[in-house]
Design a protein around this ligand. Structure first.
Ligand code: S3P
Length: 161
């Protein structure tokens, strides 16, 4: 099954975009973060705090296997690390939501930042952003910069009506 796979840095708006696509085209969303939160019954920051990042990445590997077993089309809303480290191209059409770091900072509330342990230190978050951007770009079939172009992208490039 070829899914629509949304990748991009933390706070770039993947979940809002996934929801919008879902509403417009009635396609269900599978969020890798929500799947882990549900399975663990804990927030991501608590998982990082109690078990560490390595444990979280192992959970992402398990979620990858779960997605491979989905038998109907889904929008896959990938956590920032999932989109960079998992073999997302094998899951379907990869769409990279490509925002500048400054834009991400502007759109993210403090509350949203607190939910993301890798945003604890702004300087290292920026370094991570630079590394990750290259990985996302390598994996992306489509680069997408603005939610305003959503309909064009789906109806012209992806042939969704
Ligand atoms: C992470 C991104 C987060 C979440 C976790 C780690 C990352 O998801 O999976 O905090 O490594 O980039 P979002 O991209 O939805 O914020």
């Amino acid at each position: 099954m070829k899914h629509l796979v949304l990748i991009g840095f933390m706070g770039s708006g993947k979940s809002s975009l996934a929801l919008k696509i879902s509403q417009l085209y009635s396609i269900p969303v599978f969020s890798t973060d929500s799947a882990i939160i549900e399975e663990m019954g804990m927030s991501i920051s608590d998982i990082f705090k109690d078990y560490g990042e390595k444990f979280f990445r192992l959970k992402e590997n398990k979620i990858f296997a779960k997605i491979r077993n989905l038998s109907s089309l889904h929008i896959i809303d990938c956590g920032g690390g999932f989109g960079a480290y998992q073999n997302v191209t094998s899951l379907g059409k990869v769409i990279f939501l490509d925002l500048e770091f400054e834009e991400i900072m502007q759109r993210m509330s403090l509350r949203e930042r607190f939910k993301r342990p890798l945003f604890d230190n702004l300087q290292s978050a920026y370094q991570l952003f630079l590394q990750r951007r290259k990985l996302y770009a390598q994996r992306a079939e489509i680069r997408f910069r603005s939610i305003e172009d959503l309909k064009d992208l789906f109806e012209e490039e992806l042939n969704f009506k």
